[in-house]
Ligand binder design. Structure first.
Ligand SMILES: [Zn+2]
Ligand SMILES: [Zn+2]
Length: 194
């Protein structure tokens, strides 16, 4: 047997010894990639699909990949990265990233997988919030041929309120009312969002 070297960790004989370890044990004790953050925050506008990137809303689908990859730190030479699994449900998700490269010159390239926690949430971007506010402002006017009693007004107000709330996804509602003789005017202002 020529020049038999033994790995200090697993005890196997090895041709390549790096800091006393065989390549397998060296890899196990020296990860190629590390996650720098507890989680990656992804905020997406449900209306236009824009995403928050470094404090700005951008319309670029690559932002998700950028944010995830920016959370990684490489401890060796990396030749390729790919996001293997990622689901974006509101709340905490786990993305699996595959990184190809090597942590040491004496070890040829291999794949290593790392899990990144991704916190996903939806929020209207300022542009869409303004548009929704404008679009959904409406005036409802109810005219009566007879003078309206307090009870009738209450009934109409309830009806309008119920109809407005039935509109899909409306989270907030503001009503303004004018009563002039037999005319009951309503301004409804509703918007989607948090
Ligand atoms: Zn070993
Ligand atoms: Zn938007």
């Amino acid at each position: 047997m020529r020049n038999a070297q033994v790995c200090a960790l697993c005890g196997r004989e090895t041709d390549i010894l790096i800091e006393g370890l065989c390549p397998d044990c060296y890899r196990k004790t020296h990860p190629l990639v590390r996650v720098k953050r507890d989680f990656v925050g992804i905020v997406r506008c449900p209306s236009c699909g824009a995403m928050l990137y470094r404090g700005r809303w951008v319309r670029d689908p690559r932002v998700i990949e950028k944010l995830i990859l920016e959370s990684l730190e490489y401890m060796g030479r990396v030749t390729n990265t790919s996001i293997e699994t990622l689901s974006l449900r509101p709340g905490l998700n786990t993305a699996v990233v595959r990184v190809r490269g090597s942590v040491h010159d004496l070890i040829s390239d291999y794949d290593e997988e790392v899990q990144v926690k991704v916190r996903y949430s939806e929020e209207l971007c300022p542009r869409c919030r303004d548009m929704v506010n404008e679009r959904e402002r409406a005036v409802v006017q109810v005219r009566s041929v007879i003078p309206m009693s307090g009870q009738l007004k209450k009934l109409i107000i309830d009806m309008v309120r119920k109809e407005t709330i039935r509109m899909r996804g409306v989270a907030s509602l503001r009503l303004r009312m004018w009563v002039r003789a037999s005319i009951l005017s309503y301004q409804t202002r509703a918007w989607r969002g948090p």
